[in-house]
Ligand binder design. Sequence first.
Ligand SMILES: C[S@@+](CC[C@H](N)C(=O)[O-])C[C@H]1O[C@@H](n2cnc3c(N)ncnc32)[C@H](O)[C@@H]1O
Length: 380
Amino acid sequence: MKCLIEKKCGSCKYINTDYQKQLNIKMNYCKKLLNDQKLDMYKVENTIGMEYPYGYRNKIIVAFNHKYEFGFYEEDSHRIIPYNRCLLHEEVSDLIIKKIQSLLKRYRVSIYDENRNRGLLRHVLIRRAVIADQTMVVLVCNDNVFKGSKNFCNELIKSFPSIKTVVLNVNKRKTSIVLGNDEKVLYGKGFIVDELCGLKFKISPKSFYQINHKQCEILYSKAIDLLELKGNEVVIDAYCGIGTIGMIASSKVKEVIGVEVNKDAVKDAINNAKMNKINNIRFVNDDASAFMVKLAKQKMKVDCVIMDPPRSGSTKEFIDAIKILNPGKVVYISCDPSTQVRDIKYLAKLGYRGNIMYPVDMFPQTVHIETCVLLQRRTM
Ligand SMILES: C[S@@+](CC[C@H](N)C(=O)[O-])C[C@H]1O[C@@H](n2cnc3c(N)ncnc32)[C@H](O)[C@@H]1O
């Protein structure tokens, strides 16, 4: 498929590469990372790809320029590259953006100019709950007043009934971070509800939710299967986001404790557990490393750790605490295998070894890859 802005945008580095070849490149990349760290005892499985590797992104963020053109920032810059159709987006998301574009013009909404720190609209974020067909629109603005928002929302929803909520996110800071801290719900409840691996999950604007629904189900099922759970385990779901993996594993174990630093995500996680009537899970709003160190001091009995840190990976403190807690199994999920390999090298030093890495293509056409590894405690 042809993308008209591929060079300027720079996200889809492999858009002109045959998909099977992309999967092989990603597998070989993982092999190289492991070999470079002398972890060549690991076998890397074939990358699990998608049947249709387009239109998978359930979250999109676009910016507008003063001509009301919308697009992405050019690679390494803040220049907007206008686009009409992104091959990674669901078509409906781009259609909603077009409708927002026409409304912005008609309501004469001013566009934020970062050099002068003036103007209202900074970004538009769309999140889709693909199974439930629910859409959230987040208008990121430089003020907490959006004049005419009631009519604006009504017109938008009339054209796209899948929109269940519209949120005004207020970001007045001079920053390239998209979302600010304050929010005002303009329409609906301020969240959408998606289904993943048979459970329901409430998603609010700031909480982390995997962007590729199909591949996420494959990844989570793989991670949980690798643990071969018996039903009596105490499991830590570290870096748990809105509680997805831990809740999906909860029916197979005695107890799950999720830890997550983002307080909005933790609120969602607690509500998600209630919504799904899951009673053997609790969530803690804390830094994952600090929490693990506390558990280690309390000599808590932990059987398994599931860890899914951000791109920067985990920390030495976290891994040292694993050594003290002494769980039999650790499943490490990562969206950046280079930091994962760094961490599994350290885990190997402490007696946690694995032998297979599973790459799952969560981000077709791009260079990114999600990986999953089971590490088991070895007697030294
Ligand atoms: C890759 S996401 C995984 C979320 C979740 N496991 C999922 O699959 O939806 C990483 C999560 O780690 C959280 N996080 C980042 N740094 C953290 C820290 N130091 N302690 C705890 N959580 C952290 C982020 O807010 C994010 O929710």
